[in-house]
Design a protein. Structure first.
Length: 297
């Protein structure tokens, strides 16, 4: 509707709408979260958590509104029909830009339970949004390289405990546990640095989804493997706000939960870790091939 505006002006307008939307809803989230903190009883949590989810979904709906107002995007989406609103999903997606989060929320909210992301610890300091993510029980993870973990293996156990506690909270009401297995946004420089064997992806990290499966695997209805492609190049967040996300292709594949892996001890059994990593690498090979096809389409 406002596509005729110059991109910088459109970006300023979209930023203002996003900011106003967040400033309206985040205080409501924080009041409910404070009540939950002051009254740490399971019965209170069971009443307040659905209210927190409704507030978050209202925030997302308003974001979709200003996106429709300011964006002229062609959406090519397959695989989101027939999903369950009441149930638990483990959602996995490739990661290229902050816009991925808004794309996922726009497409999946209302079709499945609210997406709850594994976030880097540093993101808790993001103004306004860090508090919102904390209020919604998003787990904040300290990501460590394999070199650091070899020297300080106790750090792995610390992150595992954070994941376990978060997933136990997720088990109380239907939730979609969201993880970007690459652990960071894809860039050509990171791809070269990793010597990634995949053409369009960074190496996947299995720990987050493996531990989520170990803790509440029996509740997950399925795994949603989401692939996002931007045929004109992944926009950075400012480009996205300026309306330069012209085309998006999204494919959602519903995968069965690998019960033999969900029931294994990922943290303590090297054979289970190896089997899980092989399973995830196969998923990643198929995703890499799918991205190539979508880019060529």
């Amino acid at each position: 509707m406002l596509h005729f505006l110059p991109p910088p002006l459109l970006g300023i307008l979209a930023s203002a709408l996003l900011g106003l939307n967040s400033l309206f809803w985040v205080p409501v989230l924080l009041v409910l979260a404070l009540l939950k903190l002051l009254l740490p009883h399971p019965a209170v949590r069971l009443r307040l958590d659905p209210l927190l989810v409704r507030v978050a979904e209202a925030w997302i709906a308003c974001n979709s509104g200003w996106m429709a107002l300011t964006q002229r995007t062609t959406w090519d989406v397959q695989g989101i029909d027939g999903l369950q609103r009441r149930g638990w999903y483990l959602v996995n997606c490739n990661h290229q830009t902050w816009a991925d989060i808004l794309v996922l929320q726009h497409l999946l909210t209302g079709g499945i339970p609210l997406l709850k992301f594994f976030l880097k610890q540093q993101l808790i300091w993001v103004p306004v949004m860090g508090l919102a993510w904390w209020a919604l029980d998003f787990p904040f993870m300290r990501r460590h390289s394999e070199e650091v973990l070899r020297v300080q293996p106790e750090l792995r156990a610390r992150d595992q405990e954070v994941t376990r506690i978060a997933c136990e909270k997720f088990s109380l009401i239907p939730t979609s546990v969201m993880n970007f297995c690459e652990g960071t946004r894809f860039t050509a420089a990171k791809h070269r640095e990793q010597c990634s064997p995949y053409r369009h992806l960074l190496k996947p990290k299995a720990g987050g989804i493996a531990l989520a499966l170990n803790v509440i695997g029996e509740k997950f209805y399925a795994i949603l493997d989401v692939t996002i492609v931007y045929p004109d190049g992944a926009p950075d967040f400012w480009q996205f706000l300026c309306g330069r996300m012209r085309r998006v292709r999204v494919r959602v594949q519903t995968l069965p939960v690998p019960q033999h892996l969900a029931e294994g001890d990922y943290a303590g059994d090297a054979a289970v870790r190896e089997a899980f990593q092989q399973w995830l690498q196969q998923v990643w090979r198929e995703k890499d091939a799918q991205i190539a096809r979508l880019l060529d389409a």
